[in-house]
Design a protein around this ligand. Structure first.
Ligand code: F6P
Length: 326
């Protein structure tokens, strides 16, 4: 592997608040250490089509507070093909880009891993997803902001739920992970969280109703993680309407509001630390690792581990939620 002079940076998959702060940190830390930087637009698609622009420090001014990603993002099918990756490699050679920093979630890091192996190419990954579902890091960039967005939305819904004495199922994102639902429920004093991680163990809805979840309350809110395993909020609401018709049920699907907004202080700080650490990783000779954070320390997690293992939920949180929702 030759010397690294120029570093390319891209964001891929679902956007997440704090991606801009990460782009800024990678760019500035790279320039500080004497590297050239190039911004690659629209994720892996931009690698294939050559949408690339040199980045100076001023390209990343005034973006730390902005949601979304100035580099744009995409879910690129072509990069999943050998031909797409070949074109991407040709672009990198033509542009003189010697290493990549990829900011994204599970799918994006899976693509990075395949490409890095196929072309023996140095890539550093940064965990950028609201889902918080990457193994080996306590937090992902965007998760805290999304959690705060959920909190604000649920607080508002609680006003109307309590005025009308209704049962609300509120569906949150997370793909196949229940971190947003579980911690969102704790943060808003919800009656329960229905999450994919325990969906095969128990019938969470049945348990909820049979435990008399409205014992001392005139309204209830249940957070539901989107996932085929939970069935989603709509399906659960239908079940309640059929099996427990005494409840006045409503459904809210929070949707993409969870992906937007100015990043929280925690996400800005996390993105800044991880972005700078990505450059340290390259300087250390690290290759094909995701930079993460564990117990407030920077860690390097091989791609194979970050994407292969399921990040476990903390079951203590479930117990706490159960105990506090009586
Ligand atoms: O991975 C982030 C995420 O927001 C998931 O929580 C959600 O399932 C998915 O992306 C939605 O993706 P899209 O915006 O492509 O519909």
């Amino acid at each position: 592997m030759g010397a690294i002079n120029c570093i390319g940076i891209l964001t891929s998959g679902g956007d997440a608040p704090g991606m801009n702060a990460a782009i800024r940190a990678v760019t500035r830390a790279a320039i500080f250490n004497g590297f050239e930087v190039k911004g690659i637009y629209r994720g892996y698609r931009g690698l294939i089509t050559g949408e690339i622009k040199p980045f100076k420090t001023e390209n990343v001014s005034n973006i730390i507070q902005q949601g979304g990603t100035i580099l744009k993002t995409a879910r690129c099918q072509e990069f999943q093909t050998a031909e797409g990756r070949r074109q991407a490699y040709e672009t990198l050679q033509r542009e003189g880009i010697d290493a990549l920093v990829v900011i994204g979630g599970d799918g994006s890091l899976t693509g990075a891993r395949i490409f890095a192996q196929e072309y023996d190419y140095p890539i550093i990954g940064l965990p950028g997803t609201i889902d918080n579902d990457l193994y080996g890091t306590d937090l992902t960039i965007g998760y805290d902001t999304a959690l705060n967005t959920i909190m604000e939305a649920v607080d508002k819904i609680r006003d109307t739920a309590s005025s009308h004495e209704r049962l609300f199922f509120i569906e949150v994102m997370g793909r196949d992970a229940g971190f947003l639902a579980l911690n969102g429920a704790l943060a808003t004093g919800c009656e329960a969280a229905i999450i994919p991680e325990i969906s095969t163990e128990i019938d969470q809805l049945k348990e909820l109703v049979e435990n008399g979840f409205r014992k001392s309350k005139n309204s209830s809110i249940v957070l539901v993680a989107e996932s085929p395993h939970t069935g989603g909020a709509m399906q659960l609401a239908e079940r309640v309407k059929n099996e427990y018709p005494q409840y006045d049920v409503r459904v809210t699907i929070l949707g993409h509001i969870q992906r937007g907004g100015s990043p929280s202080a925690q996400d800005r700080i996390l993105a800044s630390r991880l972005g700078a650490a990505a450059i340290d990783a390259l300087l250390d000779g690290q290759r094909n690792v995701m930079v993460g954070i564990r117990n407030d320390e920077i860690v390097y997690v091989p791609f194979s581990r970050a994407i292969k293992f399921d990040k476990p939920i903390n079951r203590e949180l479930l117990n706490t939620l159960r105990r506090l929702s009586i």
